[in-house]
Design a protein around this ligand. Structure first.
Ligand code: FNR
Length: 395
């Protein structure tokens, strides 16, 4: 049965049905600085607002006299069968939202049948996430460490733990000007949060010059490990986390390290697509990092048609930044995205209800998407096109 039917039968839900409601509850559930890290954006947060506003400038065209057979938004993406073309976007430091962090999100994604993209700076390690949901579809967001051994170790672990694709974060080479974090004086990595993938890697300990302090798949006592790491690691931080410059040559090199599909996240300029595809990339993600990096940036949604046009049918184009509802998913798909990722909504769900909260968020999107597909005259998600949209008067 549908999620609506289930909710009515149970006389409601402990969780809110709007992202505004989820955000409010997450805010009251979390320490303020943790909430601000999750919710905040760069500068005056104009990009965050623009990402949302862009959706209101498109209208879906409603259709009549159709057969009313419920749509099925299920799809196939890089060989995986998904219940809908939606993924959990990579977001670091899940432990700020919930102690079960990305493992709870992994179970929720598997339960609903969507893919999870694990952040490089997740709190749970690649292996812990794989163990939490062995049958789930999982991809890894790779942030290039400035150490080839560590980079290759992460890629080898990604393959060994059954991840289905690698998503390279292309848009984070400069730290965003994040005013909420500055005001709170809180930057999670300075407190050694979000190190699940590094603390579980022997090469990380070699780089910081300490004996490895975590065994096997143990969930480390983060505060203990963090204290010991923080004492010596500050000077090696940059080397561990970020290669100062990332070029198309690096992508070509990654292509030789792995047979997994490679996607590059953060592409907004149509002119960048061709070189990436020539370098062997299997997919692009149009994203402005949810407005967390560059303020006064064009809405990510407004970049989607240009990139889709430049790419043609050579590789799938995915989208994120501002997707909140099932109808937002429809708009992005109609503009040519093959799938979309959601960021903050799943973190809010995690903050207020752990696995059950993330499951709720995903089931709401699935239910609304299914209903909206039917109402726009579709049985499947891959038949949407710009014919289903019109620019609204605000445009
Ligand atoms: C992110 N995002 C992100 N992206 C990435 O590639 N690696 C990362 O570690 C993170 N970390 C991260 C933390 C938090 C708290 C948030 C909210 C986001 C960006 C994320 O993948 C995605 O691009 C945006 O969240 C999408 O925008 P919405 O859905 O949040 O509007």
């Amino acid at each position: 049965g549908s999620y609506q039917t289930e909710v009515f039968r149970q006389g409601g839900s402990p969780f809110p049905f709007t992202v505004g409601g989820l955000e409010r509850e997450a805010k009251s559930a979390l320490p303020e600085k943790y909430f601000d890290y999750i919710a905040g954006g760069a500068g005056c947060e104009n990009t965050v607002a623009a990402n949302r506003a862009a959706f209101t400038r498109w209208g879906l065209i409603y259709r009549v006299l159709r057969d009313g057979i419920p749509a099925d938004p299920g799809c196939e993406l890089f060989g995986a069968r998904l219940s809908m073309p939606v993924l959990l976007a990579p977001a670091g430091v899940g432990e700020l939202a919930h102690r079960e962090a990305e493992t709870a999100a992994a179970r929720a994604a598997a339960e609903v049948g969507v893919a999870q993209v694990l952040s490089a700076v997740a709190s749970s390690s690649l292996e812990q996430v794989a163990q939490a949901a062995p049958h789930g579809t999982r991809w890894f967001q790779f942030a290039w460490p400035d150490d080839e051994k560590l980079a290759r170790s992460l890629i080898a672990r990604t393959e060994a733990a059954g991840y289905g694709a690698i998503m390279v974060m292309g848009d984070c080479y400069a730290a965003g000007w994040r005013t909420r974090e500055l005001s709170a004086g809180f930057f999670p990595f300075d407190h050694c949060y979000g190190l699940g993938n590094y603390l579980s890697d022997p090469r990380f300990w070699e780089l910081i010059g300490q004996p490895m302090d975590v065994q096997g798949d143990d969930i480390p006592d983060m505060s203990r490990v963090a204290r010991s790491v923080a004492a010596t690691a500050a000077s090696t931080w940059n080397r561990v986390f970020a290669k100062p410059a990332l070029t198309v040559t690096d992508i070509e090199q990654l292509r030789t390290w792995t047979r997994l599909p490679i996607l590059v996240k953060g592409v907004c300029h149509p002119g960048e697509a061709a070189a990436l595809i020539d370098a062997g990339v299997d997919g692009l993600v149009v994203s402005n990092h949810g407005g967390r990096q560059l303020d006064n940036c064009v809405a990510a949604l407004d970049c989607l048609p240009g990139v889709v046009e430049a790419v043609g049918d050579r590789v799938p184009v995915l989208f994120d930044s501002g997707v909140r509802t099932g109808t937002d998913v429809l708009i992005a798909l109609a503009l040519g995205a093959k799938a979309v990722m959601i960021g903050r909504p799943w973190l809010y769900g995690l903050a207020i209800g752990g696995q059950a909260g993330v499951t709720h968020v995903l089931r709401c999107i699935h239910a609304e998407l299914t209903s909206a597909l039917t109402l726009t005259g579709h049985r499947r998600a891959d038949t949407l096109s710009t014919d289903d949209l019109t620019r609204t008067a605000l445009a």
